[in-house]
Design a protein around this ligand. Sequence first.
Ligand code: HMG
Ligand code: MG
Length: 285
Amino acid sequence: MPRAEIFEMGPRDGLQNEKRLIPAAEKIALVNLLSRAGFRRIEVTSFVSPKWVPQMADAAEVMAGITRVAGISYAVLTPNMKGYEGARSARADEVAIFASASEGFSKANLNATIAESLERFAPVAHAARADGIPVRGYISVVTDCPFDGPTPPANVARVAAALRELGCYEISLGDTIGQGRPETIDAMLSAVLAELPAERLAGHYHDTAGRALDNIDASLARGLRVFDAAVGGLGGCPYAPGAAGNVATERVAAHLASRGYDTGLDMAIIDEAAAMARAIRAGRE
Ligand code: HMG
Ligand code: MG
């Protein structure tokens, strides 16, 4: 069976938007359960400004508390050098820098223009290379922006090329507000594939309009084999009005299986983790 991979986002993208400040112990329990599910990569937390995302203020505590399983890369977001220093101290296995394909979202999410954000990411990428820490890149609002409207595919390709030049080993393409459709995803991929091969791209689709699985199909057709998802379908970006959850890991895994792809995941553990994630959201954990 051909392989496809799900990069688990639940502890980071899934929880970052929750209003209730979730105790670190609950986040740690979720990561530890996810570590038994067969993922190769789990995004644990973000070393971002606690003024911007209070929910991620306990990043160091969560990273220190998890029980690491050999072979799993525990990833974190790093918007600047301050975040990178925190990630390195916390022994993150990989870091992610996150840019936007639109100026409106860049300003809202990073308080910077796209060019300024890339300037800020450059020292992070250089330091990570010197430290031997792999860097992943994100591009947000790849088809639609809540501030600037439809995103021209050429803008996504331009940012993808910039992240490639910074040394990102993989670039994850974010439909941040879940408004992408197979046609717009396909047009966007067509532009980005002129810059990077499909093996270096991932689909990161939020499911606001219920099209994420269709968008995954469009991406599979273009050769992508890595998809970001969050158990229980939790999440959303605090700086993207209307952003609903990531597409649910359990749905993506079932969907990929139905398309003939093996994700190597233990579905019983995934279901348990989805229930735990929902309980955390409901404040019942
Ligand atoms: P700023 O306010 O312009 O930056 O924010 P600043 O340098 O003036 O810093 C403000 C305060 O934050 C200062 O503290 C800094 O020290 C502190 P003060 O001096 O006022 O006490 N600070 C930090 N603290 C801890 N860790 C740090 C850090 N940096 C500064 N790393 C900044 C600019 C980039 C910091 C801010 O805009 C930020 O943190 N943004 C992150 C927003 C975020 O996390 N969004 C969600 C993740 S992205 C996402 O969800 C999309 C994705 O899923 C893909 C998709 O779906 O599209 C990835
Ligand atoms: Mg996201």
